[in-house]
Design a protein around this ligand. Sequence first.
Ligand code: ZN
Length: 343
Amino acid sequence: MKHQIVIVYRLTIFLVCLTVILLAINLLKKEDEKIKKEKLEKEEFTEWEEKNEIEYKANETIRVKFSKTGEVVAMDMNDYLRGVVPSEMPPSYNIEALKSQALVARTYTYRKIAEHGEGSDADICDSSAHCQAFYPKEKLFEIWRNRGFTDDMIKEYWSKVNEAVVSTQNQIITYNNEPIKAFFHASSPIKTESVDQIWGGVSIPYLQAVENVEAEDYANRTSEVWLTYDELLNKFLESGYDVCLDDIKQICVCDYTTSGRVKNIQIGNTKVSAEKMRTLFSLKSTMFNITKDEKNVCFHVTGYGHGIGMSQVGANYLASQNKKYDEIIKYYYTGVEIKTLKN
Ligand SMILES: [Zn+2]
């Protein structure tokens, strides 16, 4: 009897061990298959990227400073621009709009190089506040993956960006044979703005207000900012304005720019520029009207950005109407030419 118990006991141990071993083998197999599958996908992706490189032509070298680390990296101009274009415009936009953005980015870059705006050790930096936004390809792909873009979308978008940059190789926007100040903004659904109306100074012939049409489904076409009178008052006081609650309750538009944006607002005897209002209260643009109730002020805003130069949403709309990138550029920048630089 005791002997039988021992046999059953050993048999059970054996079966348990066998099951564990089989499970482990199965698990290893699955893991191996997963690794193989990932490797294959990676290879396919690399293969596609290399194929994509065939179209790619080397260009001049540019020194890009990474503003967070201070590191300066020398890279090919096209590599740089392929990192700028999708950082400044959604890569889902029409290819002709992306080509327009490529020209804007390249023009901006050559102006910056000529101005030595980055000192002697670099030509340009990756800060959108100082120069123009730039992400290296690997970082862009990571950002896109985090946004939920599939590999197929990433391939499609990167191909478009590559086409936008390479097909417009060496082309810049000029006025009087000089690269222009290629300002652009996200959206101005009715009219763009003349530069002097926003930032003062002299009028620039190619930065004039033009009529503009944009797709109505653009998310930031209109927006609202609600503030209580107290919130408004506190912000103005913090910013050094000498105003009181009664002044705040009388807030109104003082005057408009020639294209119909707010130029200044009036609070009691104090005038505040609409550009200042835009930064103080995070208004998306200076095209707004003000409504008031007992406790609150509401800014009803149209468009997104300063309104000068090319409207990106407008460029995408024109592209959807079969306009080519050169037509888009010449629409937003009055009287300019597109020139090809010699290597
Ligand atoms: Zn910079």
